[in-house]
Design a protein around this ligand. Structure first.
Ligand code: MN
Length: 242
């Protein structure tokens, strides 16, 4: 007999100009066997997503790869800060199931909160301000109505800005703030939180309200070992070696 398990991953950052990441992701998908109950992708599957209508050969390759797995194993997708514009067409074509950010699931009788993680970085005020604008439904609608070429230009300049921001802002500003983590755990009444985004894979344990709380941070795929979390039906959890 084998134990069933559920896998959590994030921050794959797939892009046409980084075929090695696609290779890695493709290997991972092809290794999924019947012991895997479900896969949760917690944001930033793509390095950028500017609309479902930008359907390049690369995008089609990713969709084909996902189709292979979603037929036999449910794959859930929760948007990240890079691919929050993923829309219905991609969801339908790939067969993934959409989850909004901050979703509480019940996994093998354990309630777990799933987030991308960017909204926990509450010390990064400049980023959160920009996020509010970018995520506004009106902005999204306006942006998606622009010609592809303009959206590509905008995405490029945003990436440059973000790179500059990451280089100039202190690393602790861009990490999650403990009090925001605690706030979310209390709000959703959970002991477990899984998120990505910070690219600082780790397991954090602390006491809050006399209860042990656990926070799992998933890793980015440009690291040699991307820190994918495996949660077995008997409750054992570990980062799988890649
Ligand atoms: Mn992110």
């Amino acid at each position: 007999m084998f134990l069933h398990k559920t896998l959590f991953l994030s921050d794959i950052h797939l892009a046409a100009d980084t075929p090695d990441l696609f290779e890695k992701f493709s290997k991972f998908i092809k290794r999924i066997d019947q012991t895997v109950h479900a896969i949760y992708i917690l944001g930033d599957l793509f390095d950028t997503w500017i609309g479902d209508d930008e359907l390049t050969g690369f995008h089609q390759e990713v969709i084909k790869l996902l189709q292979q797995i979603t037929k036999s194993c449910p794959v859930y997708f929760l948007p990240g800060n890079r691919d929050f514009l993923i829309g219905k067409r991609f969801i339908q074509q790939s067969g993934v199931q959409f989850l909004p950010d901050e979703t509480k699931i019940l996994l093998y009788n354990t309630p777990i909160l799933l987030m991308h993680g960017d909204t926990l970085c509450t010390k990064d005020v400049r980023y959160l301000k920009a996020r509010r604008v970018l995520r506004h439904p009106l902005f999204k609608r306006f942006f998606l109505s622009l010609p592809l070429i303009l959206r590509q230009k905008f995405a490029k300049s945003l990436r440059k800005k973000s790179l500059r921001h990451t280089k100039t802002v202190l690393p602790e500003i861009m990490d999650v703030e403990q009090k925001s983590v605690e706030c979310k755990l209390l709000q959703h009444k959970v002991a477990y939180l899984i998120h990505g985004h910070t690219h600082k894979p780790a397991y954090h344990e602390f006491i809050l309200d006399k209860q042990i709380r656990s926070r799992y941070v998933l890793g980015a795929w440009h690291d040699p070992s991307p820190a994918i979390l495996s949660w077995s039906e008997d409750g054992t959890k570990y980062f799988i070696p890649f």
